[in-house]
Design a protein around this ligand. Sequence first.
Ligand SMILES: Cc1cc2nc3c(=O)[nH]c(=O)nc-3n(C[C@H](O)[C@H](O)[C@H](O)COP(=O)(O)OP(=O)(O)OC[C@H]3O[C@@H](n4cnc5c(N)ncnc54)[C@H](O)[C@@H]3O)c2cc1C
Length: 443
Amino acid sequence: MSRPSPQSNKIQIVIVGGGAAGLELATRLGKRYGRKRHDIILVDRNRTHIWKPLLHEVATGSLDANMDEVGYRSHCHRWGYRYFYGVLAGIDRAGRQVHLAPVQDDTGREVIAAHSIRYDYLVLAYGSVTNDFETPGVAENCTFLDSRAQADRFRDRLLDQCLRVSRTMTADPVSDAHVRVAIVGGGATGVELSAELFNAAAALGYYGLEVFDRSRLEVTLIEAGPRILPALPERLAEAARRELEVLGVRVLTNTPVTASDAEGMTTGSGARIDADLQVWAAGVKAAPVAGGLNGLEMSRSGQIVVDPTLQSPTDARIFAIGDCALCVLPGRDRPVPPRAQAAHQMATAVFGNLNRLMDGQPLRPFVYKDHGSLVSLSRFSTVGTLMGNLVGGKLAIEGRLARIVYLSLYRMHLITIHGWLKGVALIVVGHVNKIVRPKLKLH
Ligand SMILES: Cc1cc2nc3c(=O)[nH]c(=O)nc-3n(C[C@H](O)[C@H](O)[C@H](O)COP(=O)(O)OP(=O)(O)OC[C@H]3O[C@@H](n4cnc5c(N)ncnc54)[C@H](O)[C@@H]3O)c2cc1C
């Protein structure tokens, strides 16, 4: 069944994926064209949006996702776009339709039947998922941090394990019980999660687990390459490693993990790393689409290949932005990286190009500006680089300044999706919440 727009003479722009890239684009298009001139439709498989770089804080309980998530339905009402709850199941390029799979509730009962939505222009922004490189046992035994549901599940298991250890120590004060967490991937996600776990463990003492403290946490960060944080200069990566080791993280480099089972992991040398909780954060790949994308040019890793205008070379009516797009800009040998700042910039570029299309003007190529890369070691430290004319090229930064710049990326996202007034109000409320609310989400 096809669902035409209420007034079919309007141009219909469909965006699939309301994440860092898609929600910003839907907000801006809705504000400019929504309700009156054109029909802007956002499709997402979830009912709410949470900015993905916050997921490691959700996973440790340092952040209560209920406070930071955005409900699509109320958001679309305010910004003038329409929202459809559904999972992309394929596209029909000739008929210009996106197909959505049926939505079922947790008992298997159908909520929304399979249906299609017509588009004049389609923007694919459905992100990426963790790549386990088909390592045996990883899908069954490791947690991925791709969604709020996964982060919530990890937090529940973490709290249960802390409780177990706490009970054991109450019964036997000289017990050697520990919460053992193994994290694969020494990139930003693995490093940030490792530090955040120690922040959370310190806070648990306030909330009834009197016998639990940081010394009961055993975190092993495992990286196959020669060093952690390969995107950062060696000096900063070394500083981050030292900081992690001071916290108590065991950092293993040159250690490929070859298998995972219910008790832990096996490395390339045959060594065992026993763990109560295992997290896999070693790279991303494009999220699979069940019914395929009807012949769109794709990379080997499943990303949608795009031209510098961010249109598919196969079909100029289709744009792709964010992690699901593979964009190699002229003169560059590497694609635009799968990062939140790239998602934000791509959303801005496609907003401009859709405006030009409406006005019958030629499209402009996307220009990616790498503003640097920052990694937060929770409240303990922040390290990274800033790039740009203002700092005269590449500047390594650490500490408070780095923390402020790190937080500014999320603040920019808040202001883009809520507007200046509400965005700034939410930033202030965020600060107040840090003072008045519990340090950890414990349920
Ligand atoms: C723990 C963690 C920490 C990170 N930290 C940083 C950081 O510090 N700095 C940084 O720059 N980047 C960071 N990243 C990467 C950053 O989050 C991504 O690059 C960014 O979110 C990509 O934006 P996106 O819009 O392409 O995808 P997403 O933000 O993932 O959004 C994709 C959206 O598509 C929806 N969707 C997916 N499949 C379907 C489907 N089939 N049908 C309908 N909807 C669908 C999803 O529900 C989601 O809303 C981090 C990532 C993680 C996981």
